[in-house]
Design a protein around this ligand. Structure first.
Ligand SMILES: [Zn+2]
Length: 64
C-alpha cells in the first residue's frame, strides 16, 4: 500500500494574522501541514478568507 503523504495542496488551509496582528489589513494563509501558503503583506483579509474558503470547498469536492 502506498503511504499517503500530506501535501500542503491537499490539506485544509486557514487564515492567520501577520506579525502586526488583528488590526492589520493583510492576512497570511497557512496550510494544515504548517506551510505558509501566502505570506504577510500579499493579501487583504477579505481575499485571504475567500481563497481559504474556495480551497477548502474544492478539497471536499475532490474527495468525493
Ligand atoms: Zn499584515
Amino acid at each position: 500500500m502506498k503511504k499517503k503523504k500530506r501535501n500542503w495542496k491537499t490539506v485544509e488551509w486557514k487564515t492567520a494574522y501577520c506579525g502586526t496582528g488583528q488590526k492589520c489589513w493583510c492576512r497570511t494563509i497557512i496550510a494544515d501541514t504548517g506551510k505558509v501558503v501566502v505570506d504577510s503583506g500579499c493579501l487583504s483579509r477579505g481575499l485571504a478568507q475567500l481563497m481559504v474558503k474556495e480551497h477548502n470547498m474544492l478539497l471536499k469536492l475532490n474527495k468525493n
